[in-house]
Design a protein. Structure first.
Ligand code: PLP
Length: 435
């Protein structure tokens, strides 16, 4: 209660802003993930690893736009490229353009994709990846992981302006976008459970188009695969002709140079990318095996989008690809490892019922003494202490992600000194918890 009083006392302008914003925007936010009780902190500006809120407080940003701001806020290289596009190129052509092809080639090389298409959000990429898998297999059902989040796609998209010659009877499927494309069963399996997956595939494999999962779950803190799990998923999907889709919207560049797939050595059929690849601009992509992506070539599926591959976002993406070298990412990961080691020491010293988990430049503290292997384990962690830990940070100028399900990100703009702030803040929390 004392921490909540402290929160409201220091964030009066955010409170007032939320009240005003709620008159035009439901909950006063532009995405439901931005909302928390009693009200979210409103940010006026950002630079590097720092935010300034509407109360004029400086906050160390460890959320970094849910990981999208891997290169840091207002990264000078990104800004320079985007400014060049603004002054010399243009903002939208809705035609092919050399920059889009160049970025496609860069991503092709980096992520080892045969072919890819750009979209504007992770949600869209997931929707089209599933649709491509359905078109490729001629099946409808999909499998997903219990507790896994993949954006706001609601599996509903019907008859998108087909040509007159393509229209048959009113309720008949058209070649490009089958009317009932989104119908179909969704089977849900726990993460790290090959037996349940195999049982579903043995029973229904011939109806299943795709298995969609984050290779490492990052919407319930960080949950890593058991030894052999992803290889098992790969083999099970192969055995039943199921398209394996890795959602790397969050893991993308933050898990390593070419995502979690490359880091863990398992190649999916399709991958979805977003967040970190755009340097803060709305860029996402889906791509992978040529045979599957060819459904877009041969007309089994169409993929649309006015803003896809627009020059402004492409300029940012090119800069991000240039900035995110092995060296730059390794340096940030090294800072992350040092931070995690220091936090682990505090956990041991104070005998806290917690442990740290990391992937690449991301890390988190999970309030459970034992490893979390799936969503049910995660739900059994101590959310009360997790919330206190978050609030404690916010009240002392550190913004970790607002959901308790998120993780911190060491961006390319964070220094060791900044991450040391997190460590000393955590020590203070441990002392307060002991008292
Ligand atoms: N997939 C995952 C794993 C995500 O975390 C998110 C967003 O948080 C999405 C997909 C959806 O991405 P977007 O918010 O760009 O639509």
């Amino acid at each position: 209660a004392a921490e909540w009083e402290r929160f409201t006392a220091s964030t009066a302008a955010s409170g007032a802003h939320n009240e005003q914003a709620s008159k035009s925007l439901p909950l006063g936010v532009t995405s439901s993930f931005q909302h928390w009780d009693p009200y979210p902190i409103s940010i006026a500006s950002a630079r590097g690893a720092w935010l300034t809120d509407v109360d004029g407080r400086r906050l160390l940003d460890l959320s970094m736009g849910f990981g999208a701001m891997l290169v840091g806020h207002l990264n000078p290289v990104v800004i320079e490229e985007v400014q060049k596009a603004l002054t010399d190129v243009g903002t939208l052509f809705v035609t092919p353009s050399p920059t889009a092809t160049e970025v496609a080639e860069r991503f092709q090389r980096r992520f080892g994709l045969d072919m890819l298409r750009f979209t504007n959000s992770g949600t869209e990429s997931l929707m089209y990846a599933v649709r491509a898998a359905r078109a490729f297999t001629g099946r409808k059902a999909i499998i997903k992981i219990e507790g896994g989040y993949h954006g706001g796609y609601d599996a509903l998209q019907v008859s998108v302006k087909p040509g007159l010659d393509e229209i048959g009877p009113a309720d008949a499927p058209t070649p490009q976008v089958p009317f009932d494309v989104e119908a179909g069963t969704v089977y849900v399996v726990p993460y790290n459970d090959l037996d349940r997956l195999t049982a579903i595939l043995d029973a229904y494999g011939s109806e299943i188009a795709a298995m969609v999962l984050e290779p490492v779950l990052e919407n319930i803190a960080i949950v890593v695969p058991d030894e052999g799990y992803l290889a098992g998923v790969r083999a099970a999907c192969d055995a039943h002709g199921v398209v394996l889709i890795f959602d790397e919207v969050k893991t993308g560049l933050t898990a390593g140079y070419a995502g979690a797939s490359q880091r863990l050595g398992i190649k999916p059929d399709l991958v979805t990318l977003a967040k970190s690849i755009g340097g803060g601009f709305p860029l996402a992509a889906f791509g992978g095996r040529k045979e599957v992506m060819e459904v877009v070539v041969d007309g089994r599926m169409a993929h649309f989008g006015t803003y896809n591959g627009n020059p402004l976002v492409m300029a940012a993406a090119k800069a991000v690809d240039e900035i995110c070298t092995h060296e730059a990412l390794d340096a940030a990961e090294k800072i992350n490892i040092g931070t995690l080691d220091a936090v682990d020491e505090i956990i041991a010293e104070f005998k806290l019922p917690a442990h740290t988990v990391a992937l690449g430049v991301k890390g988190c503290i999970t309030w459970s003494p034992t490893p979390v292997r799936n969503y049910r384990d995660y739900k059994a962690t101590d959310f009360q202490v997790a919330e206190l830990s978050w609030l404690w940070g916010v009240n002392r100028g550190i913004l970790t992600p607002p959901g308790l399900d998120e993780q911190w990100l060491v961006s390319l703009a964070h220094t060791q000194a900044e991450m040391d702030v997190l460590v000393s803040d955590f020590r203070a929390l441990a002392e307060a918890l002991r008292a």
